[in-house]
Ligand binder design. Structure first.
Ligand code: SF4
Length: 250
């Protein structure tokens, strides 16, 4: 079963290496973290106040009743087909939650294989913490956009940094890159990033400003640009938040 919270687009990819690229998003439900350190306050359907990340509705099982369970890849492909433009092939972005929870699911693999073999560029947005192996040709064509969580997510190091999985995606995924969300006064996390990189082959690294509103992105962006210039990382904006704040489905 493939639990999907939303399928939307075409819109633009708002961040990372493919920023600005017209894309259709398939957002999977479930995550192996809750990242309460990110401090986004929300109320569950049963009325409990919690803290999590800005995708809490794809993470917290209390929202499961709003997700759609697809029995197979064909039904997902049929749903996506309803919003595909006729003029061109947008990127297909597999996101979450943590979509790599489904990596060993046969229907998930069929979904990936379908889009790659049909000539779509496919990105998987992942926290990079789950064991995985890339051994099929279509899996090597996928862009793995890896957002390794740092201590500010409030998850244990052992859970959030999986050197073997990172090595696998960077070495065999071909076009993979890392991205980190950074806020003001976060210069200490550069030490954490360098520690993670010290065990990996060369990989592009993007720093992005934290915030779930345009005001916060504006407030943090200059600081993050200065960090990029100082330490040699690439800057990525978060266009979707600048334009739509944290509105869903755009
Ligand atoms: S890993 Fe990503 S989706 Fe999961 S809780 Fe953390 S920020 Fe949210």
């Amino acid at each position: 079963m493939l639990d999907i919270t939303e399928i939307f687009g075409p819109t633009i990819q708002g961040e990372g290496k493919k920023i600005g690229t017209p894309s259709v998003f398939i957002r999977f439900g479930r995550c192996n973290f809750d990242c309460n350190g990110f401090g986004v306050e929300y109320t569950t359907p049963s009325g409990v106040k919690k803290f999590g990340c800005d995708s809490y509705y794809a993470v917290d099982n209390e929202f499961k009743k709003f997700w759609t369970s697809y029995e197979n890849s064909e039904t997902v492909i049929a749903e996506v087909a309803k919003i595909l433009p006729v003029e061109y092939k947008p990127d297909i972005v597999i996101t979450g939650g943590e979509p790599m929870i489904y990596w060993k699911n046969e229907e998930f693999q069929k979904l990936l294989e379908y889009y790659v073999t049909q000539g779509f560029n496919v990105t998987i947005e992942t926290n990079g913490s789950l064991d995985m192996k890339i051994d099929k040709p279509y899996q090597k064509e996928i862009l793995y956009s890896i957002s390794v969580k740092l201590s500010n997510a409030n998850e244990s190091y052992k859970k959030r940094v999986n050197h073997e999985a990172l090595q696998e995606m960077i070495s065999n995924g071909g076009k993979s890159y890392l991205k980190f969300v950074v806020s003001q006064n976060d210069e200490n996390i550069i030490v954490e990033i360098k520690d993670i990189l010290s065990n990996l082959p060369y990989v592009d690294v993007f720093l992005m400003p934290q915030g779930d509103s345009n005001d916060e992105i504006v407030k943090n962006s200059l600081y993050v640009i200065e960090l990029c210039v100082k330490y040699g990382f690439k800057y990525s904006d978060r266009l979707h938040i600048r334009i739509w704040d944290n509105k869903r489905g755009v």
